[in-house]
Design a protein around this ligand. Structure first.
Ligand code: G3P
Length: 218
């Protein structure tokens, strides 16, 4: 399973990229706004920090303008993945950008039939939002199960399931059990994955006992 981080904060990406376990980055207009930085500058900088795909979202709503914005974003770096909303115009733009060998992440997916359309349009990634479905009392993880099941019926579909709007490590666990290809996690959730109180307690015990021996490995 690939781990992406969902942020436009360069310092956080640098810190997580240093682990060697970061496979990509996703941004959206809200995250860019939160960073307070010019979009093109920040996307170019992020692309230099990770080898994997960096999703950068268009803000136009008609297909022609989406294509122009998408091409502009794709020109920034070879690892830019153009993020398009799941609308008819977004799907049209997806089909064309895919033909131009530009990676596309189709976002704001809330149903399995939407995900099927995105796959038919040639999307590299489909981004179902689990947390936002949970927020309105629906079962976000059931959507991941449905998309994985539908895609499995058609092995020729190459679209990867990118679980988005992840709120906690349990979301990641369930997504991994379903075989989702990718999860994009907010930095604080990604950092939490390693944490367990028994790990900390166990390590403290080992180190205390080791100190008593007076030995040193080097
Ligand atoms: O980047 C898309 C998605 O991960 C947004 O998550 O927390 O705003 O629902 P959230």
């Amino acid at each position: 399973m690939k781990f992406f981080v969902d942020t436009a904060e360069v310092s956080e990406i640098e810190e997580l990229a240093a682990t060697g376990l970061l496979d990509g980055v996703t941004t959206n207009p809200s995250l860019i706004a939160k960073s307070g930085r010019p979009m093109l500058e920040v996307v170019r900088e992020i692309c230099g920090l990770v080898d994997g795909p960096v999703s950068a979202e268009v803000t136009a709503t008609d297909a022609e303008a989406m294509l122009a914005e998408g091409r502009r974003l794709a020109d920034l770096a070879p690892n830019v993945c153009v993020k398009l909303p799941l609308t008819w115009d977004g799907l049209k733009a997806c089909r064309q950008l895919t033909r131009e060998n530009i990676q596309v992440n189709v976002t704001l997916c809330f149903s399995a039939v939407q995900a099927l359309l995105a796959a038919k349009a040639g999307a590299t990634f489909i981004s179902p939002f689990v947390g936002r479905l949970d927020d309105i009392g629906q079962d976000g993880m059931q959507l991941i199960a449905d998309i994985c099941e539908v895609y499995a019926q058609y092995p020729m579909l190459e679209t990867e399931v990118l679980v988005a709007s992840v709120r906690h490590p349990v979301h990641l666990l369930h997504a991994a059990k379903l075989g989702a290809d990718v999860a994009t996690l907010p930095p604080q959730v990604l950092k939490k994955l390693v944490e367990h109180p028994l790990t900390d307690k166990g390590l403290a015990g080992f180190l205390a006992d080791w100190k008593k021996t007076g030995q040193s490995i080097l």
